[in-house]
Structure formats: structure tokens, C-alpha cells
Design a protein around this ligand. Sequence first.
Ligand code: IPE
Ligand code: IPE
Ligand code: MG
Length: 247
Amino acid sequence: MPLFTKETAAPASPAPRAVPVHIAAIMDGNGRWAVKRGLPRKAGHAAGAEALRKVLYHCRDIGVKYLTVYAFSTENWKRSEEEVGALMVLLKKYLIEAIDSMEREHIKLYVMGDLGRLSPELRALSDRALEKSRTVEGMQLNVCFNYGGRDEIVRAARKYAEDFAAGRAGALDEALFSAYLDSADIPDPEFIIRTGGEQRTSNFLLWQSAYAEYWFTDTLWPDITPADFDRAIAAVGRRERRYGGAK
Ligand code: IPE
Ligand code: IPE
Ligand code: MG
């Protein structure tokens, strides 16, 4: 058997897999979208929220079980008070709307991140959304707000250490540690979409992305459409995932 054999035919690309269980998205580019139009950055965030609504319903309709979106990072507090305030208002709007419509739309809502720095009003709304979600059958939207992957890991480590010291937890392994993360009980995302042209994680789902496929696009988040999601799903579905194994 020669070491190198000439390929006689291009390898057939694998058939696209079924719909992913869990898609995550770094919704980037809202600010640039607004600036290009001579609008304040907050107008970009409002447009981004509308784009999210469309792709969320689309994901539900095609059978995606979890959509996790990065809405506000632990680093985004560095922005102007006006912009941070506008993002808080949008979260409030989204939570109120979700509480009202989740039964009808069959979409649960869960906020991931350190909610301790949010206003009591936002925390109460997030609790209500979570409470109501327990009675809803359907897909789940996870909104990452004041979320940082490193922060999530540190919070989980602290909680585990407390439980261990109190004799409530045994020896640590990956499965047990996962249960302390905000994403406990949620399967890891098959892939992560990042819009807006940057190719970095910006502290998103550091633990959960260990074997996620990344899909990057220059499209700014407010311009993203369900058709872009279909393209991403098809492209990622053709990739071969080896998880460290060999063919
Ligand atoms: C992403 O859009 C949304 C948040 C980070 C809140 P940006 O606001 O980062 O938009 P660009 O990257 O400045 O265009
Ligand atoms: C990542 O976008 C955070 C969110 C989309 C919420 P950023 O715009 O904050 O990331 P960097 O600064 O380009 O890395
Ligand atoms: Mg950005």
C-alpha cells in the first residue's frame, strides 16, 4: 500500500445533518449598523432586538431546542451610560414581552449571567420569566446578560467550593462542574454564529464551546435574517466533527 495514494474522486461532502439542538449567537455589529445610518448606537440595539425576534421564531419553527444569545457582556459596562441604559431598557422590554407571550409562542426564556449587578426590577422580571417558563412547553431562549465566560466559571467554582466545604458535594469532575454553571442542564451548543466581522469569542461560553463549530459572517446583527441562519446551519452541518478522534 503506497503511503500516498492519488485521490481518484473528490470525497463526497457529508449530507447536511438534521437541525441542531442548540445554536448560540454573538450578536455583534449593532453599533456600526446605526452609525452607518447616522443614528445613535441605541437605535442599532433596537434594530438588533427586532432581528433577534425573527431568527428566534424561525429557530422555533424549524425545531431548534435552544438558542443562546450574547446580549451584554461583563465588559460592556465600559460603554457610555446612555448606551448601557438603553440596553437595560431593551432587556426589560424583552422580559415583559416574553412573560406575556411565552405560552402562546411556546418559547421559554432564561437569563444567564451575573444578575447581581442588575436592578431589582430586572432581577424580579427575570425570576418571573423563569418561573413562568417552568409551565411552558417549547424551545428555550437563553439571553446572556452581564455574562462573561470567565465570570461564569469563577461563580461556579465558588459555589462548588462552598458546597464541598459544607459536605454537600463530592469530588469534582467535568459533569459535576457543568452542573454549577449557568448552563446547567442545557446541552453544549453545536455551533456559534458571530456576526459583525470579528473572529473572536469575546468571553462567550468559554466552557460550553469546547467543541462548538464557529461560523462567522460580516453581516451586522440587525441585518441578519432567518435565511442567514439556514445558510449557517447547512454550512456547519457539512463539517466533519471529530472530537479529537481519528477517521
Ligand atoms: C453588539 O453590538 C451588541 C452589544 C455588545 C451590546 P455592538 O454594540 O458591539 O456593535 P458594534 O460592534 O459596535 O458595531
Ligand atoms: C461581544 O461584542 C458582546 C456582545 C455581543 C454582547 P463586543 O462588541 O462587546 O465585543 P468586542 O469588544 O468586539 O470583543
Ligand atoms: Mg461589538
